[in-house]
Design a protein around this ligand. Structure first.
Ligand code: NAP
Length: 268
């Protein structure tokens, strides 16, 4: 797809044991890319796999050393490892808030830092970080999740400008609701203050339904692969027509209206 056919690209995909990461790892393999998958639980796949927690730099270093011994270039990094928490801000335990930042934000940062020296040396590299439509349209009662995803977007934008002279591109893919293991893995607050009544439950319940009726992880993987193989990928790649339309409205409507719509949908 555009780039020289002879070269066998090497990719690292995090979150490769499930959902979007798994679909991406498989799709890249089908396209002839050598894939190294990572996730923090045991997993058996058709690609090389490292059990590696992205929040643990020493585990990343261990995996990177093995990959660097086997390969003389690392071309692609796809950061799919991620998780969700939900509940009201005031009832969210500090350790949960730190955990979601650790996995979603610092996990992405750790992996980018780990591959950059290799990509710089080869004067080539494409990084795709997975944000979310929620990074642009913050979802009440998933406030910290939305905040981690917004952080990923500004991190990726800043990084992309730092590394452009080295031939390295860093972009975000923003999936909308996608049917994956994410819904079941979401860590909900054990208790939300009674003042919030049923608002938390119905908001998160609505989101769970939307996710389980959502897009396939393969449709997200397609957009990720497109961004990886493109010479000049777009900074933000939204998946799905519906979500592209929402983000268009987000751009043109007054912020106050956007928040009112989101309130009506997810916080009433
Ligand atoms: N599903 C959606 O509706 C949706 C929408 C927008 C954005 N996203 C984003 O898409 C990305 C992929 O999510 P998904 O929907 O495919 O969910 P998923 O099926 O739950 O997959 C998440 C993956 O992340 C891995 N992971 C979690 N914590 C990790 C850690 N500390 N270290 C290494 N790996 C870790 C999991 O591995 P283990 O099972 O081994 O822990 C799993 O492979 C996430 O960033 C998510 O925020 C999802």
């Amino acid at each position: 797809m555009g780039m020289e056919k002879e070269k066998k690209y090497v990719a690292i995909v995090t979150g490769a044991s499930s959902g979007i990461g798994l679909a991406t790892a498989k799709m890249l393999m089908q396209k002839g890319v050598k894939v190294y998958g990572m996730a923090h639980n045991d997993f058996e796949g058709e690609f090389d796999y490292f059990k590696c927690d992205v929040t643990k730099p020493e585990q990343i270093e261990y995996a990177m050393n093995i990959i660097a011994e086997r390969e003389d270039h690392i071309d692609f990094l796809v950061n799919c490892a991620g998780m969700g928490i939900s509940g009201s801000v005031e009832s969210s335990p500090d350790e949960k808030i730190r955990k979601i930042y650790d996995v979603n934000f610092f996990g992405t940062v750790n992996m980018c830092k780990a591959v950059l020296p290799y990509m710089r040396e080869n004067k080539f590299g494409h990084i795709v970080n997975i944000s979310s439509v929620a990074g642009e349209l913050p979802i009440p009662f998933q406030t910290f999740y939305s905040a981690t995803k917004a952080s990923i977007e500004s991190f990726t934008a800043g990084l992309s400008m730092e590394v452009r002279p080295f031939g390295i591109k860093a972009v975000c893919v923003l999936p909308g609701d996608t049917k994956t293991g994410f819904t079941a893995a979401r860590e909900k607050n054990a208790d939300d203050d009674a003042s919030y009544g049923k608002r938390v439950e119905s908001s998160v319940g609505q989101m769970e339904k939307d996710e389980q009726n959502g897009m396939t992880p393969e449709s997200v993987a397609k957009v990720i692969c497109k961004a990886l193989f493109k010479k000049n990928p777009k900074p933000l790649n939204v998946v799905g027509f519906k979500y592209k339309f929402f983000l268009f409205l987000n751009k043109i409507l007054p912020r106050r209206w956007v928040y009112k719509i989101l309130f009506d949908l997810y916080a009433k």
